[in-house]
Design a protein around this ligand. Structure first.
Ligand SMILES: *[C@@H]1O[C@H](CO)[C@@H](O)[C@H](O)[C@H]1NC(C)=O
Ligand SMILES: *[C@@H]1O[C@H](CO)[C@@H](O)[C@H](O)[C@H]1NC(C)=O
Length: 277
């Protein structure tokens, strides 16, 4: 006889089962029976838990509904009403449809405004190979001495106009913060990007700028690049952080270096406004 055979309510079954577990102990009934009873007991406990949880959720839903009702009936609860509106609006933005950039884009161009040190070079290579295979045009910004990811408004307009003249379908790749094409009355492309664990990313950048091949590449592109101090090249990240060296102090809210040392990935998604830095 298992507990689930009985048509009792949940609570009754539970007490019956506890009792039968007790009896089973005394009478030394077979292991298999004990096991099945144990399973039944676990199943009932979970049912009970779910029942209580559902009731709790129901209560919370009720209270939320009454809050909504009182907010819409009484005029002085406008703040709460706004909160709820914001919540609903925020929730709507999280729908797959509204988050799908492709559907909202006005131009068949993928703008990969790549965040540095997230594997973007590899991804760029994949895009290049795909462009040959799937016949779309591959546009890439030329290597710059200093990558300026935050531009003045006129420069943003220059980039946006340039991109808007490109053939489609195509992909354009550049290290740059999000540029709002709509603001310049230009067709919005399909933005894509990658992100990486922020700490891993900072460590990656630290060693990247110390790698010998990085200097070979830099020297090739810009022959007058000075060679760095060998002690600086040999310094490991742990030493730099523990010693509190200037370049390894990650002070929250610090803006001066934020752009050039690739500490923030959010700028690539936020844009060029002051509040994005
Ligand atoms: C996103 O939009 C494009 C174009 O409208 C569509 O082809 C694609 O299936 C959509 N993707 C998802 C996941 O909805
Ligand atoms: C882009 O600019 C337009 C026009 O100024 C504005 O309505 C829109 O919200 C902006 N989009 C983003 C993502 O900032």
């Amino acid at each position: 006889m298992t507990c689930s055979d009985k048509g009792y309510t949940r609570i009754n079954i539970l007490s019956t089962c506890s009792r039968s577990v007790e009896t089973a102990k005394h009478k030394r009934i077979f292991i298999s029976k004990r096991t099945s009873e144990l399973v039944a007991l676990m199943a009932i406990s979970s049912t009970l838990f779910l029942f209580l949880h559902t009731r709790d959720l129901h209560t919370r839903l009720r209270s939320l509904q009454s809050v909504t009702n009182s907010a819409s009936t009484s005029g002085d609860s406008t703040a709460m009403e706004n909160d709820i509106d914001n919540f609903i609006q925020h929730d709507q933005k999280l729908e797959a449809y509204s988050l799908n950039n492709t559907g909202h884009a006005k131009k068949e161009l993928i703008f990969f405004n790549r965040v540095p040190k997230v594997g973007s070079q590899t991804f760029m290579e994949i895009l290049r190979l795909l462009s040959l295979r799937n016949q779309f045009v591959f546009y890439q910004d030329h290597v710059q001495r200093v990558e300026t990811i935050r531009l003045a408004e006129t420069e943003q307009l220059r980039v946006a106009s340039m991109v808007s003249k490109y053939d489609t379908p195509s992909v354009f790749i550049k290290h740059i913060s999000f540029v709002n094409f709509t603001k310049f009355y230009l067709p919005e492309p399909i933005y894509i990007n990658l992100v990486r664990d922020p700490v891993e990313r900072v460590i990656s950048w630290y060693y990247y700028i110390r790698a010998p091949w990085y200097y070979v590449e830099r020297k090739h592109a810009f022959p007058d690049t000075p060679l760095p101090d060998p002690n600086w090249l040999k310094k490991d990240f742990e030493t730099c952080v523990l010693r509190g060296d200037r370049e390894c102090r990650y002070t929250q809210g610090e803006k001066r270096e934020g752009i050039s040392d690739h500490r923030r990935q959010t700028m690539f998604f936020c844009g060029h406004d002051e509040e994005c830095t």
